[in-house]
Design a protein around this ligand. Structure first.
Ligand SMILES: Nc1nc(=O)c2c([nH]1)NC[C@@H]1CN(c3ccc(C(=O)N[C@@H](CCC(=O)O)C(=O)O)cc3)C=[N+]21
Length: 296
């Protein structure tokens, strides 16, 4: 038996449609246009895909998109000054500072300078703490997208064994928090985990977010498991550049109950959730009801 394919591209289009409806209501009812500011410092190749898709989708949803492209040698002080301006700008409801930042800039200092109410990435210590304590937070886009797909596919997650491979602040840690909040039994595994294949084989839900092409083999997957592949890795194959995930897709697909493809899985959901978070931030800024179905 082969796995059901979780179509992130189609699901993301649906989410963006719901965001667009919410934006239209906000504009008609309250005269508010949600605005998203994206700040890019330098030219990191991994960021290119994201940037390309993001601006267009923001405008398509009826929101205002503000792009700030800064040179590689921008100082931390200049970047902090820009963030202070965006924090104070009432037309800006969401701020995203593209990561990674150049090495001469202290990323934590920059992220924590963002007004938590505008932190649509959910990376500030304030939002991380709110999420970890079960309070109303802005939730990081990639894990939120994964959660929406899991809920859509499985319905109830309570009591399931979830294994998250990868402990980054951006994906692994917040993903573990979200699954814990859904009453999963969560294991947060990583490169030093002893007997990783054995740990993965216990997973009803397996989330791969390690950033290593096709590291998760087919025989690491429990038959019938739901596999969420967060990896987006560029590899040379037959003289061409291809995108592959952190999971050996062909092998895992034969074993899993359901699996997300790369591309067309988690990636499009990340952007859809960024738009959803921006709408949520705009609603909260004005004390208006927020789109419950698009939240954690
Ligand atoms: N502050 C910050 N927040 C982020 O969320 C963030 C970031 N910085 N820096 C860069 C990474 C990367 N990232 C992607 C999101 C979507 C796709 C995406 O839509 N991928 C599509 C298309 C891939 C293609 O066709 O090339 C897919 O997987 O199907 C890719 C990459 C967000 N990131």
């Amino acid at each position: 038996m082969s796995a059901a394919i979780i179509d992130g591209k189609a699901f993301a289009a649906r989410v963006r449609g719901e965001v667009a409806e919410g934006v239209a209501r906000l504009r008609a009812g309250a005269g508010i246009t949600p605005g998203l500011a994206v700040v890019l410092v330098g030219e990191d190749p991994a960021s290119q895909v994201y940037v390309r898709n993001k601006g267009a989708q923001t405008r398509e949803a009826g929101m205002a998109s503000f792009e700030h492209r800064l040179a590689d040698d921008t100082t931390e002080a200049d970047l902090l000054a820009l963030i202070a301006r965006l924090n104070a700008d009432p037309a800006v409801h969401g701020i995203l500072v593209q990561l990674p930042l150049p090495a001469h800039i202290e990323a934590d200092a920059v992220i924590n300078a963002i007004d938590p109410a505008k932190d649509v990435d959910g990376f500030t210590i304030s939002n991380v703490g709110l999420l970890a304590t079960g309070q109303k937070a802005m939730v990081p886009c990639t894990p939120l997208g994964c959660l929406l797909m899991l809920r859509d596919h499985l319905g109830e997650l309570s009591g399931l064994n979830a294994v998250v491979v990868g402990r980054s602040n951006i994906v692994g840690k917040p993903m573990a928090q979200l699954l814990l909040a859904e009453n999963c039994t969560v294991t947060l595994a990583h490169s030093r985990t002893r007997d990783l294949p054995e740990v993965c084989r216990r997973a009803d839900i397996l989330v791969a977010a390690v950033g290593r092409p096709e590291m998760i083999r087919g025989d690491w997957v429990k038959p019938g498991a739901t596999v969420i592949d967060v990896g987006i890795n560029r590899v040379e194959r037959d003289g061409r550049t291809r995108l592959v995930g952190d999971v050996d897709y062909a092998a895992a697909e034969a074993v899993a109950g359901a699996i997300t493809p790369v591309p067309g899985g988690v990636g499009p959901m990340t952007i859809a959730c960024l738009l959803a978070n921006t709408l949520t931030a705009a609603c909260r800024a004005h004390g208006l009801p927020e789109p419950a179905r698009l939240a954690a």
